[in-house]
Write a protein that binds this ligand. Structure first.
Ligand code: GLN
Length: 176
């Protein structure tokens, strides 16, 4: 997605890969495994330092879990970075087969964006300084945030890299 928008990208696997970056994307995947591997390589601590110093980040799905303040239903040894004031419950919609797509109204976009929720987490609470940019109707009628931003950190619980709608990536690039 980013390459298509003319942005130079590189994969970040080790602490040294962070040197010189203007921003970082933490993608979907399996947050407990990502936490374990990033902790082992020292990447988690280096990333925490850079994010604390203002490195902008876009966390999608598992990436949102990693960037949040609190993980609900996490593995006991799973860590999070605490750079956006949200509490996130893993796998809150159920199993892989309960994945779904939903048209989303997004603050700043003039037409809906289709979100692909794949074994997605739910953002259960947001702090007072977190902007909610999109939300969906929960089964109990409550509204559930699915796209949030606080200072330099943006997170969403769906996969904006699927399909060919680049608008969220453009928003992120503009925010950098
Ligand atoms: N269920 C995954 C987790 O807990 C997130 C799934 C995803 O990133 N699509 O980390």
């Amino acid at each position: 997605m980013l390459t298509g928008l003319g942005v130079a990208t590189r994969q970040v696997r080790q602490p040294g890969d962070l040197v010189g970056l203007d921003a970082v994307v933490i993608p979907g995947g399996e947050s407990s495994t990502m936490s374990l591997l990033a902790e082992r390589s020292g990447l988690l601590d280096s990333l925490a330092d850079r994010l604390g110093a203002g490195l902008p980040a876009f966390g999608t799905c598992a990436g949102a879990i990693l960037l949040g303040r609190e993980i609900l239903d996490g593995r006991p040894d799973q860590r999070c970075l605490g750079v956006i004031d949200i509490a996130v419950r893993r796998n809150a919609y159920g199993r892989q087969v309960d994945s779904f797509e939903e048209p989303l109204t997004v603050v700043g976009l003039d037409s809906p964006l289709v979100g692909a929720f794949i074994r997605a987490p739910v953002i259960e609470s947001v702090g007072p300084t977190v902007e909610v940019l999109s939300e969906i109707d929960a089964i109990d009628g409550a509204r559930q945030p699915v796209l949030c931003r606080e200072r330099t950190i943006t997170v969403c619980t769906f996969h904006p890299e699927l399909g060919d709608d680049t608008r969220l990536h453009e928003m992120f690039i503009e925010s950098i």
